[in-house]
Design a protein around this ligand. Sequence first.
Ligand code: AMP
Ligand code: MG
Length: 403
Amino acid sequence: MLSYEEARRTVIEQIGKKRGPRAVSAVSVWDALGLVLAQEVKTDREYPPFDRSTRDGYALRSIEAAPGAELLCVGEIKAGDAVTKPLSIGTCVQIMTGAALPPGADAVVMIEHTQRNGDVVRFERAARAGQNIVPRGSEAASGQTILTPGMRLGYAELALAAQVGAAQLQCAKRPRVAILSTGDEVVLVDETPGEFQIRNSNSVSLAAQVRIAGGEPVVLGNAADRVEELSDKIAVGLKEDMLVLSGGVSMGKYDLVEKVLKAMGAEFFFDAVAIRPGKPAVFGMCQGKPVFGLPGNPVSTMVTFELFVVPAIDLLSGAEARPLPLVEARLVETMREKTGLTHFLPARVEWRGARPEVKPLRWQGSGDIAALAHANCFLVVPAEKETLETGEHVSVLMRKDVV
Ligand code: AMP
Ligand code: MG
């Protein structure tokens, strides 16, 4: 059985092999958050475009500022003012943050380190050439590539595009991810379940996870545990870029997902992973499309999506597979776990002291959505670990949607 790291690598390798050119479209910089860039963005000029003051103060020649030196202030420069007139010897000019330095000036002295008396400014200390200035072109040259294809557009990347005037960006289209729940006991969210039925919560969590990962969910509802209905709905799902199923992949007599996929030509790369929850997770290719069969217990579905489906969505979006959001935290209680499988347990990380601290939450196993709704991470217990001591450093997989 593969470890979760091996299973992730398998997904990345297999989907990497199939990755072709993605459909792209032009998107306004206002609407491109979370999309993957499909073009290069270059600067339209040098950045900064002029020698820029980073402080409110006085622009001067650094050699003229010594402790006790006095200079005549000959005017002021606000941010946005055009500056052409060189600074004369023996003078300084009042300057604001973001304004351009006059030719001849090579330093800015903060207003806090000066005393003003009429037009005469007295300096308290020496100045160093270049202080409080960002020189023209020091952030980027003109025509320099600043964003490259495959980058995911977050707020900083969008600001950078906006700065250089790239108001429209060629972005990869979001991969369309079909979501199919399975199970005779499952009813739609707006239906009233019978006493022994349950609502389809997995399609809701999966759609949310697909969105967060950068995909576009295509929700196909639920298929009963019958070969024909499953085949029909899987066939619909295979029209999209990827298919994610929940339920029907365990050892039960009515767990038919693998059998049906196989009959439809699927090739499987794994059908079990050494994790709990989520052990029966299945990954394969069917008719050229990646297919995931995730176990139906809600927490298993959520964990296996984060581990295996997120990298697949990244690759289909034209990005690299992002690393798992693992951080180290100090365990605040002693735990005993069964060995053999890597456990992902609902837990809460708190940032109280110098280091993050993590505490596992009580839960009733992988059907317990309520426990997960109070968790902000999964505590990762390595497969070979039987006891974890208070104070030990452990890995936690962050829930990036709530932290
Ligand atoms: P399965 O993987 O099909 O054996 O299902 C495992 C458990 O998950 C069972 O208790 C199912 O009732 C539950 N389950 C399956 N599908 C869903 C769903 N769409 N929403 C919520 N729970 C589900
Ligand atoms: Mg089932």
